[in-house]
Design a protein around this ligand. Sequence first.
Ligand SMILES: [Zn+2]
Length: 243
Amino acid sequence: MEELKITGVVITSIDYKENDKILTIFSLELGVVKAQIKGVKQAKSKLKYACQPFFVGEFFLIKKNGYYLITTINTIENFYDLTSNYDRYLVGTIILETIKLTFKDGMINEVLFLELLKILETLCYETTNEYMILIKYMLNFFKLSGYGLNFDKCAVCGIKLNGITYLSLGAGGLVCEVCKDEYDIKLEKNVFSSLKIIDNVDLSKLSTVKLNNNVLIKCLMLLKLNFNSIFKVKLNSINNILI
Ligand SMILES: [Zn+2]
């Protein structure tokens, strides 16, 4: 039987039968894959550690009756430190949920996979504000999904955005005062400027940016609305940090 090797991040793990689990893995090579891992709930199982969200590893799979079965796992990273900081852990779970909600099995996005690893490393090992990391990730997620927000030009008429700006859920982007319709959401000036700064600064330099947490929360509320509107889903986990 042909064995496949993939490199991936565990997004979720659910119990299956008495001793097994089904892992949802976001992988570089095959995109989102669901794979069964046998006997993992038994006390002596050596593969238990790999069933945690955020675990990154090499997974060896075989395909049996149309289903993937995991045979061996090599650890690359487990981001265990995330569990010691509740706020950063929450942000991590929101990041994983964006993948879970929007990726169907077999959807591949190599650039987003590499971006996800960089983001999780920053979240786990750097001191960069976790809300800024999440905003940076969401802005990049929109871009890599083909729905990037343009902070320079109105999404409808193309005029330079430098005054009052609205998020248009209908047009899918930022629009000017002339192009907005009655349902569009007005951006406070500091929300617009904070989003634009985070969008322009490289992830590795984000720790040098100082922005107010209340403004960052407002940015996230806006990005949540945009996410839910684009993908027609509800990013529920983000509500844990918005209240
Ligand atoms: Zn316009």
